[in-house]
Design a protein around this ligand. Structure first.
Ligand SMILES: *Cc1c(COP(=O)(O)O)cnc(C)c1O
Length: 410
């Protein structure tokens, strides 16, 4: 399709709008090819992907090692269900546990499923290990959280549009302001089983909590026998300049949830990581998924994890991210209220008086940079972690005039 005309593009745009439920508002670009940090539209225009599918593409598009692992596995065995064993899942989870320092893992597919799995696990842990009465377990969550879209997960969302009309909701969640340690301490009751938190809130607009927040939360959780559950689906696997964002504060959460980049942009792979005292609350038949732990996903997961470790993507993100954040701050744009983030997980907050972030993203698109607004005022920059410094330098050259307002059509 590459090299097609405007008409082809218009037809494809219209078909998506006509036949797909309108649950997203994509930028008007139709992609048909990707390689590394680059994607191409059907007309043959090249773009730098600075969204990376919300960090599912930390390794870049079609990383050769991941594609090869997938192809090899496609030719041997793709699905067994957990009714039988396969030769990929065990080694995959062993490598994942070794790389992360946890005792066990439970594989799922999407991030949402992994969060659901973690919720069920800590509730049962509360009943069986901590001694919380049945059906009384409470989980503390934060304002501005994002953990997926199931009915239970949106039950603890603070975002009106995620919830409106979708009730009734699942009880058992208590909300505290993000970054607020006294509020966390005050919210704990004898029935509290877990504190579920993102070390940086991604969908909420790359919100970085105050220094020391996670470590203080860990101490409070430990003192009260509450499981610290880190949702590192977006922040994990190198994105923030460490293997996990929790590593920045030397925190080892009791439960770690991973997804997105664990599938290397090729296939959905997620997992819940914890030690035996948590994961052993599941017994045969209690919980499951038809595709969870399938050999194709496991083979992809092994390669995806291998690339992050072997190519030192966390260190790359640290070095390049620090440099890029400085570069963005130095632009000193009158339209920018704040530049925030860690590693290559960066949010540029557009001033309310300059209008929403969307027209800035559209202007960036016309200059060959694909980024997406999150939460109306924030442009998120999160390129694949394999990106070269020269590419980021060139990107900064395109971003500068846009943040100065050039080509931004309100
Ligand atoms: C994306 C995301 C999820 C949900 O993952 P899906 O794969 O979309 O189901 C959960 N938590 C966080 C922090 C995320 O960024």
């Amino acid at each position: 399709m590459t090299g097609s005309d405007d008409r082809t593009e218009a037809v494809l745009l219209r078909s998506a709008e006509r036949w797909c439920a309108r649950n997203y508002e994509p930028l008007p670009v139709v992609l048909d090819r990707g390689e590394g940090v680059w994607v191409w539209d059907v007309r043959g225009n090249r773009y730098l992907d600075m969204l990376s599918a919300y960090s599912a593409l930390n390794q870049g598009h079609r990383h050769p090692r991941i594609v090869e692992a997938a192809q090899r596995q496609l030719e041997r065995l793709t699905l067994t269900s957990r009714a039988f064993h396969n030769d990929q899942m065990g080694p995959f989870l062993a490598e994942l546990c070794r790389a992360t320092g946890y005792g066990k893992a439970l594989p799922m597919n999407t991030g949402t499923e992994a969060v659901e799995t973690a919720i069920k696990m800590v509730r049962r842990w509360g009943v069986e290990v901590k001694g919380v009465p049945r059906n009384a377990a409470e989980i503390i969550v934060c304002e501005g959280n994002f953990a997926g879209r199931t009915t239970t997960i949106i039950s603890f969302s603070s975002e009106a549009s995620y919830r409106a009309g979708f009730g009734p909701f699942t009880p058992g969640f208590r909300m505290v302001p993000y970054g607020d340690i006294p509020a966390l301490r005050a919210a704990i009751s004898p029935n509290t089983v877990a504190f579920l938190v993102e070390p940086i809130q991604g969908e909420s607009g790359v919100v970085v909590p105050p220094e020391g927040y996670l470590a203080a939360a860990r101490d409070i959780c430990r003192a009260n026998r509450v499981a610290l559950v880190a949702d590192e689906i977006q922040t994990g696997l190198g994105r923030t300049g460490r293997m996990f964002c929790s590593d920045w504060e030397g925190v080892r959460p009791d439960v770690m949830i991973v997804g997105k980049a664990l599938g290397g942009g090729v296939y959905p792979v997620s997992a819940v990581l914890a030690d035996e005292d948590y994961l052993d609350v599941f017994r045969p038949g209690d919980h499951g998924s038809t595709f969870g732990g399938n050999p194709l996903g496991a083979a992809v997961g092994r390669a995806a994890l291998g690339v992050i470790v072997d190519e030192g993507l966390a260190e790359r993100s640290d070095v390049l991210g620090g440099w890029f954040i400085d570069g963005l701050r130095m632009l000193d744009s009158p339209h920018v209220a704040q530049v925030r983030g860690r590693g290559l997980m960066i949010g540029v907050v557009i001033r309310e008086s300059s209008g929403p972030a969307r027209p800035f993203c559209e202007a960036l698109m016309r200059r060959g940079i694909l980024a997406k607004e999150t939460h109306r005022q924030v442009v998120r920059f999160a390129p694949p972690l394999i990106v070269e410094r020269e590419v980021l330098e060139a990107a900064l050259g395109e971003i500068a005039p846009v943040l100065a307002g050039e080509g931004v059509r309100a």
